[in-house]
Design a protein around this ligand. Sequence first.
Ligand code: MN
Length: 205
Amino acid sequence: MEDSRFYTLPKLPYDYAALAPYISEEQLRLHHQKHHQAYVNGANALFEKLDKARKDNTFTDMKATLRELSFHIGGFMLHNLFWENLAPAGKGGGGVPKSELAKAIDGEFGSIDRFRKEFSQAAASAEGSGWAALTLCRKTGRPLIMQIEKHNVNVFPGFGILMVLDVWEHAYYLDYRNDRAKFVDAFWNIVNWDVVGQRFDTLRR
Ligand code: MN
């Protein structure tokens, strides 16, 4: 039985083969079933550890536990956002942003093309394992790129996330070996701009 106090692996909004050739079926299946699942399990194990310590009135090493929890929850949440902001090429994936989001991107970056280049560079240069994210600063209304290391380092508190790209090696090693830049190029064919636009509309209210 599912316990709503713990995380569960969400189903993908498309088939495992749907993002090919940009992400192969085997690559997507592994990424979802093994890697994303590992963050679900990791976070839940830490919740259990905290629950047990509270029940027994003992204390875990708070620093270590909270560091691990931030890593696993960050990984869990970012993957949820990632799957949702992808769609099969030509069937919701690819193209360009629309309406208000398009205006905001043009206003901040000058053009969609310039934004794409900045985002691609952020993704390609994320140190070690990490993510590129398009975020929204709700104070200024500015869309900003955030380069996240691991799942939780360099995160700007309070910024809403519009779009993420996973550039951990586990996201592309079967399809692109060590060529992260090639995977980043492929990503633009499967961005679900409708979902990114909906997130933008929700966050700016
Ligand atoms: Mn991943």
